[in-house]
Design a protein around this ligand. Structure first.
Ligand code: F6P
Length: 323
């Protein structure tokens, strides 16, 4: 393999730049050419493909976002779009790809390989940490610390005003962000998609705390919780407890930005090198990851179809620690 392409796709995450840097530097180290594909599959279809070298990735390891930009492409989901993408890769002589993203990104790469035989190795890039095949994803540690910083600040004002705050964190399908935010932020309740939390339970817990003279509360709600998002949960609870002064804070995309933590820079750097070396070893349709401190490669099909379950004991921990 003489020439590869690298791209970021789906929701950006802090550490993607550190991973791009590692891919480019590892390619240079191994004597292969590397091209950056801008805006993920969208840019691949359109031919937004540019040569990179060691200098193209100087001074980016500490930066949030992705210098390659990111997108979610509808066109690549169609056979016509993938044909155009293949033609662009052919035109640029690209023989293998490195995809930094989540399960949507790897689903696309799998189909692309079946249709056109272009091998892709993936790096787990998402703040959600819900990818099977790695203990941690690039950006997760930073996102949790960003959210925690905000929660600490909200705790100050919640305490001052005797209020209950419903704080929504990201995680459409997973409580990976919510759990450390709740435990680390000293929350009274955590609501995550993986476990059912009834509104009655939330009301009872707040009422019991109130009757014990507790006057401020933090409830962490993962955006995809089955009881609703933070706004919906707060409205339902407020109906039952009208004497409580409730507020809602949606942390939203602030969790996706910012300078990556040391842990994310380390992981991203390891993953970038592992992707290049994986491609050179002849791997295809596999994601690099770290499990129990060891580098592993997991077939895309497993990362896409298997669930990385969160330990339900963590919810119990929040209960115990908030008595
Ligand atoms: O997958 C990462 C993520 O940040 C999720 O936690 C969130 O639900 C989603 O992306 C938001 O996507 P968008 O940026 O398209 O609104």
């Amino acid at each position: 393999m003489k020439r590869i392409g690298v791209f970021t796709s789906g929701g950006d995450s802090p550490g993607m730049n550190a991973c791009i840097r590692a891919v480019v530097r590892a390619a240079v180290y191994h004597g292969i050419e590397v091209y950056g594909i801008h805006r993920g599959y969208k840019g691949m279809v359109k031919g937004e493909i540019y040569k990179m070298d060691s200098h193209s990735v100087s001074n980016i390891i500490q930066k949030g976002g992705t210098i390659l930009r990111s997108a979610r492409s509808r066109e690549f989901m169609t056979p016509e779009g993938r044909k155009l993408a293949y033609e662009q890769l052919q035109e640029h002589g690209i023989e293998g790809l490195i995809a930094i993203g989540g399960d949507g990104t790897f689903t696309g790469a799998n189909i692309f390989f079946e249709e056109y035989g272009i091998p892709t190795v993936g790096a787990p890039g998402t703040i959600d940490n819900d990818l099977y095949g790695t203990d941690y994803t690039i950006g997760y540690d930073t996102a949790v610390n960003t959210a925690l910083d905000a929660i600490d600040k909200i705790r100050d004002t919640a305490d001052s005003h005797d209020r209950v705050f419903f704080i929504e964190v990201m995680g459409r399908d997973s409580g990976y962000i919510a759990i450390p935010c709740a435990i680390g932020g000293g929350a009274e309740i955590v609501m995550i998609p993986e476990t059912e939390t009834s509104i009655d339970y939330v009301v009872d817990t707040l009422r019991t705390g109130w009757n014990r003279s507790k006057t401020s509360f933090i409830v962490i709600v993962a955006e995809g919780d089955d009881a609703g998002n933070a706004t919906e949960v707060a409205a339902k609870v407020q109906q039952e407890l009208p004497h409580m002064d409730a507020r809602v804070t949606i942390l939203g995309h602030v969790q996706r930005g910012g300078s990556p933590t040391a842990a994310d820079r380390m992981l991203a750097s390891q993953m970038g090198v592992a992707c290049v070396e994986g491609l050179l070893q002849g791997r295809k349709c596999e994601m690099a990851g770290i499990i129990n401190k060891e580098l592993v490669y997991t077939p895309f099909i497993d990362t896409i179809t298997k669930d990385k379950l969160i330990n339900p004991q963590y919810v119990r921990l929040v209960d115990i620690l908030s008595v």
